[in-house]
Design a protein. Structure first.
Length: 330
């Protein structure tokens, strides 16, 4: 047998080829879905000002319906978050078929409904594979689910500003109207936020910087981030890579990865290292343990992010807190 045939027989290679074959069909489906949008763009959601005791919890890449997801959900309940932000890939492997899909319950609602707090959603690449609009319809019927549109903006008082984006629009081969609409939305909203925001966050499933398996953003996604986001906001937080981590800052924009809400993926270069604790990198650290982040707003543009992860069956708090002195929108 030739070396090439042996290479093709490897389980990892077969899985990657299968994924690539499926993705080729996803590109067309995703492109078509952007031309049949559900709902309409919403005005900026207004919330009361944040206090330092108000906990905003972030996690991503959650929707396996397996033990890892249940563990994180149980710790989030003990955390007593005031709200939860899920950074994409809410239902594996292909998102929801429609709002009546049973996976909504087994891989989402059954996991988080006991938290009894608002759950704000950002869509990931797996959610884009089928019917994203089903989440808009579900949000209309479930008070705790917050997903008013494919991309949306929020303000807490006049100080803290959030943008939730569908970054998958910049990773498909075919450009859709969705990408153009989102670009215009970002330009318009950041211009409005510039007036009085003191701390700003962009939530997108795909991070700008990451030491995880997918690495830093490339192609149209990288160009989008560099042109419209980096250097203009205080933080980009995403998932996609199944780990936790802090990747430093570029032009005043900090980068956090929080994609360890149900399963992990460890790049080969880290395989032989001790992964029970965060691993230092040239920009910060990477953490290959299930976990999440907790944000507290300290006032006057200052926010603190605490990374929490499961080690030996216990929840551990990373002693290195990420404290960001925000400058609002530039």
């Amino acid at each position: 047998m030739s070396k090439f045939k042996k290479w093709l027989k490897k389980d990892y290679i077969k899985k990657r080829l299968k994924d690539a074959f499926y993705a080729s069909g996803v590109v067309l489906v995703s492109w078509m879905s952007y031309h049949t949008l559900v709902g309409t763009q919403v005005t900026t959601l207004q919330h009361p000002p944040l206090s330092s005791s108000y906990k905003i919890c972030f996690t991503g890449d959650t929707g396996t319906g397996e033990e890892g997801q249940r563990k994180i959900a149980s710790y989030l309940k003990k955390e007593k978050c005031n709200e939860l932000r899920i950074l994409g890939d809410i239902i594996y492997p292909h998102g929801l078929a429609d709002e009546n899909d049973s996976l909504f319950h087994t891989k989402f609602w059954d996991m988080y409904s006991d938290l009894n707090i608002p759950i704000y959603l950002t869509m990931g690449n797996h959610g884009n594979r089928r019917n994203i609009g089903s989440w808009i319809r579900l949000a209309e019927n479930y008070d705790l689910i917050k997903f008013p549109y494919y991309f949306y903006a929020e303000k807490f008082g006049n100080e803290v500003c959030f943008l939730s984006l569908n970054t998958t629009a910049y990773t498909t081969i075919i450009k859709g109207t969705h990408e153009k609409d989102q670009n215009e939305f970002v330009k318009k909203t950041l211009k409005e936020f510039k007036e009085n925001c003191k701390f700003s966050i962009v939530m997108g499933h795909h991070p700008y910087l990451s030491f995880g398996s997918h690495g830093d953003a490339g192609g149209r996604l990288k160009r989008f981030y560099k042109k419209l986001i980096v250097g203009r906001v205080d933080l980009i937080i995403g998932g996609h890579d199944h780990n936790l981590g802090y990747d430093g800052q570029v032009a005043g924009t900090h980068n956090i990865v929080s994609g360890a809400g149900s399963k992990l993926r460890v790049p080969s270069k880290y395989k032989n290292l001790d992964k029970s604790n965060p691993i230092s990198t040239k920009r910060g650290w990477v953490n290959f343990n299930l976990g999440y982040h907790v944000m507290s707003y300290l006032g006057e543009g200052k926010a603190e992010f605490v990374e929490k992860y499961i080690k030996d069956g216990k929840l551990i708090e990373n002693p290195t807190k990420i404290v960001i002195e925000g400058k609002g929108v530039r």
